[in-house]
Design a protein around this ligand. Sequence first.
Ligand code: KG4
Ligand code: ZN
Length: 356
Amino acid sequence: MNDDLTVLGIESSCDDTAAAVLRGREILSSVVMGQAELHAAFGGVVPEIAARAHAEKLDHAVEAALAQAGVELRALDAIAVTAGPGLIGGVLSGVMCAKGLAAATGKPLIGVNHLAGHALTPRLTDGLGFPYLMLLVSGGHCQFLVVRGPEEFTRLGGTIDDAPGEAFDKVAKLLGLAQPGGPVVEAEARRGDPKRFALPRPLLDRPGCDMSFSGLKTAVLRARDALVTEKGGITAQDRADICASFQAAVADVLAEKTRRALALAPGMGALAVAGGVAANGTIRAALETVAAQDRATFVAPPLKLCTDNAAMIAWAGAELFAGGQRDGMDLAARPRWPLDQTSTPMLGGGKRGAKA
Ligand code: KG4
Ligand code: ZN
C-alpha cells in the first residue's frame, strides 16, 4: 500500500521539535530537537517558550531531516504534520511550516492526530495488522484503544486524573529525585522492597478499564511524611522502598486493567504499548505476562519511537495518504482532538500533563 511512499513528517505539539523522512517503512531520518534546558527552570513546559522555540527550530529540523535522508523536497510524495492535540502555539508553528512547504512545492498536505501517530507506530516498527489493542502510557496520556484502521479507534478507558508518567514525575519530586522521574524512580526501585509500603491499587474495585493515579501519589506523600514524623527524615533505603512499592502499584494497576481491556475486546491478536512509561522494565514485564496469558503478541516499539518523534507522524500521514486524505490550506491546528469521537468525555478530562 504505502510501501514506497516518501513522506516528510513534522511534529511540534509539545516540547520536541521533530522532523523525519520515511520511505515505506524505512526511516531515512528522524531528527528530534528537545527543549528540556529551556523549560528546566520552570518545573514544566512553558507554552509560550515552547512555541517560540518551535518557530525557531522547525526549519532547521526539516532541513536536517531531508539532508540526513538524502532526499530533496521535490522527491516527497506528501508532507504530514501534527495538527493536534497539543499546545496550540507549537501545533500552529508546525502546521504553518508544513503549509509553507506544501504551497511552495505543490506537494499534498496531510494533517495528523498526534495520538494516532503513537497508536499506529507498531505498524511502522513491527508491521502489525489491524485490529490490535494499544495501551498509550506517557507523561500526559493513559488510555486503552482498539485500533481497527488508521482512523478507526475505540477508546475502552483511561485515566480519570493523572497519567502514570506524571505520577512517576511527582513521586520523584516528593522524594527529592531528579526529573524526568520515571527512569530515576525505576533505578531506585531496583534496590527497594516493593512490599514494604502497602500502597493502594486505585479503581481495581470498579469494573471497566478506567484508571486513577493521583491518589497513589498522595499515598506516597503520606508514607513519606509518616516516616519524617516518626524518624525525623527518610533514609536512602526508605526512599528505595517507597519507589519500589509505588512502581509495583502502578504495574499492578496497568496489568489488571490491561487484562480487562483484552477481555472487553476479544480477538485482539496483539497488545501494543507506546509512551515513555513503556520503557519501565517492571511495567513492561507485567504487561508482557498479561499478553502471554491472553495468547496475544506483545509489541513494544523501540523507545525512541515510543516517545515523541516525527517518524510516527510521517507514518500515520502515509497511511492517511494511502486512504485518500488530502488537506487544504484551511487545515486547522486543534488543541483538543480526541481519537475516539464517540466515547463519552472522561471525568476530570484525563489529561493534565503537558505531553501527549
Ligand atoms: O512519551 P514521553 O517521552 O512524553 C510524553 O509524555 O509524551 O513520556 C515521558 C514520561 C515522563 O513522565 C517520564 O517520567 C516517563 O515517561 N518515563 C518513565 C520511564 N522513562 C520515562 N516512567 C517510568 N519508568 C521509566 N523507565
Ligand atoms: Zn506524544
